[in-house]
Design a protein. Structure first.
Length: 275
């Protein structure tokens, strides 16, 4: 669950990570709240305030000082739940792709540049984990904040039905292209430790997804063969049966999350137009 070697800290010349105390099998060590500020600047940008834990929000406020804006990578509560409360206390807005999670009139989307003093944050749409997932590139640091699209340890869930595998694969390809073009070198994730070298991890993420997809195809063949031999095929329980085959070596506490990804994979395999 938690890795005692990861507790947040200061990274590059602009970032401080404040780790939320919400460790779990799904959140790893907890949610990484990122405080971004240009050197010697007065104002900061806070990314993903996280859960409404008073101690955590006090620590974020102390690190942030004057907050210009709160940005959300996506709407999942472990990232967004405290955003409105924190922003109201800080006297700033919340910018997010999903209008339901905004505070103020400004949205956030592909191609936007959030400029605060000498800091620039470039917004890249990376849907797939969720439909509203965004990543934030900081050109001055050659790094990207990925939310849950890429984690600091392990791999992420494609949270079907809001998450879509086709979109997720496209997003990984997009981040991979940025790394190949040397526009990003590091990853600052929404959970887990920072990734010093982006390209090998993105290579792994892409190959892992392709391997899992082939494993699901093979598991489907196994299930259909069993059906031909008289084992009933119940489409409602099919995703769980696939999980039991493909994720047999994974802690069963993670099977509900794995089932979301399997549902996304099955949807993807049904053909064009589903993703």
């Amino acid at each position: 669950m938690a890795d005692p070697s990861w507790s947040g800290g200061t990274f590059g010349s602009v970032a401080q990570c404040v780790l939320a105390p919400n460790a779990s099998p799904m959140t790893l060590d907890g949610t990484n709240t990122w405080v971004l500020r240009a050197p010697d600047a007065a104002r900061s940008v806070v990314v993903d305030p996280g859960p409404p834990d008073p101690g955590h929000l006090d620590a974020v406020a102390e690190a942030a000082g004057e907050v210009a804006v709160v940005l959300l990578t996506h709407h999942h509560l472990d990232h967004s739940e405290a955003a409105r409360t924190f922003a109201e206390q800080a006297g700033c807005g919340v910018r997010a792709l999903d209008p339901a999670y905004r505070l103020g009139s400004e949205g956030l989307g592909e191609g936007d540049v959030v400029a605060v003093d000498d800091l620039e944050v470039h917004v890249v749409a990376t849907p797939g984990h969720s439909s509203d997932s965004l990543s934030f590139v900081i050109p001055s640091e050659r790094t990207v904040l990925t939310g849950d699209t890429v984690l600091g340890r392990g791999t992420t869930v494609v949270a079907h039905p809001d998450g879509r595998l086709g979109a997720y694969l496209d997003s990984l390809d997009r981040l991979h292209a940025l790394a190949e073009a040397h526009e990003i070198a590091m990853i600052w994730p929404g959970h887990g430790p920072v990734i010093e070298s982006a390209l090998p991890v993105l290579d792994h993420y892409i190959s892992h997804r392709r391997e899992r997809l082939e494993q699901v195809r093979e598991a489907l063949r196994t299930v259909h063969a069993a059906a031909r031999d008289g084992v009933p095929l119940d489409h409602e329980t099919l995703p769980r049966r696939i999980v039991e085959i493909v994720y047999a070596d994974v802690d069963p506490v993670l099977w509900p999350a794995a089932e979301l990804s399997v549902r996304a994979q099955l949807d993807y395999l049904r053909g064009p137009g589903r993703d």
